[in-house]
Design a protein around this ligand. Structure first.
Ligand code: 5GP
Ligand code: MN
Length: 330
């Protein structure tokens, strides 16, 4: 099979290969509220370690959301570690260890850490860092890594990696879509990755509560007088009334962003008492990551998020919308 070999730093590739091959017991993790790139990458690494016959476990703050349960190996995701003597941690798709949530301490107690990520570097944790903020997905970096040292990619791994690439590029519609992401996706298809399964499970299936929540959020959206900032607020009582939860908010902010006058969109929600979260999106040339960082969050220039503890959702709405309007001026 004709497979293009990617252009990764040879030294990093060799170190990754050597460190994982000589590991004895590995803990693999990713950020809380994991998305397709996070879980696709973590499970691909777990399948890789299985192939090396290296003992491993995947430990994540929360379980797979509804639309990612199909990922091969998703049943192995744990909320707590079963061992306390790991010699290696591998963390994926995060820029700072506080994004690990309640399992952070477990990861921090491991003597050696590999970090693979594509966010704008933040605190720079990890002993071996494979970080490229220009890459559209962590799963793409991983696929390139495996191809670089010609590790055989199984169909299960290929489906996990494809999921990360497909979801983080918005099915190859976002500006971050590169020629490499399409080429590697084609390679993963050749290796048995099931792209129609990914599309159906991720995009063509949702519980009724999620559709009702989206309907409510769209019906009640708000616009700045100039029509350039759009936001919607979902309160605890809305989640309760509709029987919905945080994972059912997936996709709503991109519908707000699709309104033709809108330059910045935000979905502000309180899925649990005293915890308000915001998803931020923007068009090219407008940076919302800096606003997210000011509120303790982060992300990418055009897709970022932040979390507010112990603040009323009305307060958050007011200060966030005000800050987002400033983003348009800079
Ligand atoms: P989403 O709105 O889809 O949850 O997140 C969009 C992007 O922002 C993702 O890259 C995600 O990792 C990042 N992000 C979302 N919430 C937070 C947060 O609270 N802290 C940080 N550092 N990044 C976040
Ligand atoms: Mn990602």
């Amino acid at each position: 099979m004709d497979i293009p070999l990617p252009d990764l730093d040879r030294h990093l590739v060799a170190q990754f290969q050597e460190t994982t091959r000589s590991a004895r017991r590995v803990i693999v993790g990713t950020h809380l509220n994991p998305d397709g790139d996070a879980l696709g990458s973590a499970l691909a690494v777990s399948h890789y370690l299985d192939a090396l016959e290296v003992e491993n476990e995947v430990v994540v703050h929360n379980g797979p959301p509804y639309n990612l349960k199909f990922l091969p190996g998703s049943d192995r995701i744990r909320h707590q570690s079963q061992w306390d003597d790991h010699d290696l941690a591998i963390v994926l798709d995060l820029d700072s260890l506080d994004r690990l949530g309640k399992v952070r301490e477990t990861f921090e107690s491991v003597p050696r850490m590999i970090l693979i990520d594509h966010h704008i570097p933040h605190h720079e944790p990890g002993d071996l860092r494979i970080v490229d903020p220009t890459s559209p997905a962590t799963a793409l970096l991983l696929a390139e890594l495996f191809l670089a040292f010609e590790h055989p990619i199984s169909p299960a791994m290929a489906t996990c990696l494809l999921t990360g690439i497909v979801t983080d590029t918005g099915s190859f519609r976002f500006r971050n879509t590169t020629p490499d992401s399409l080429a590697i996706a084609a390679t993963l298809l050749k290796l048995g990755g099931d792209i129609s399964l990914v599309s159906e499970e991720v995009y063509q299936k949702r519980p009724l509560a999620a559709t009702r929540l989206m309907g409510f959020a769209l019906e009640n959206l708000q616009l700045s007088p100039d029509g350039r900032v759009c936001w919607s607020v979902l309160r605890l009582e809305d989640f309760d009334r509709l029987g919905a939860s945080e994972e059912h908010t997936e996709g709503i902010v991109s519908e707000l962003m699709a309104i033709d006058t809108v330059q910045i969109a935000a979905l502000i929600r309180e899925p649990k008492q005293d915890r308000v979260r915001a998803s931020l999106r923007s068009r090219a040339g407008i940076d919302v990551a800096s606003a997210a960082r000011e509120f303790g969050g982060g992300g990418h220039k055009n897709a970022a998020g932040c979390t507010f503890m112990d603040e009323s959702i009305d307060q958050v709405e007011q200060k966030l919308v005000q800050r987002l309007r400033q983003c348009l001026e800079s």
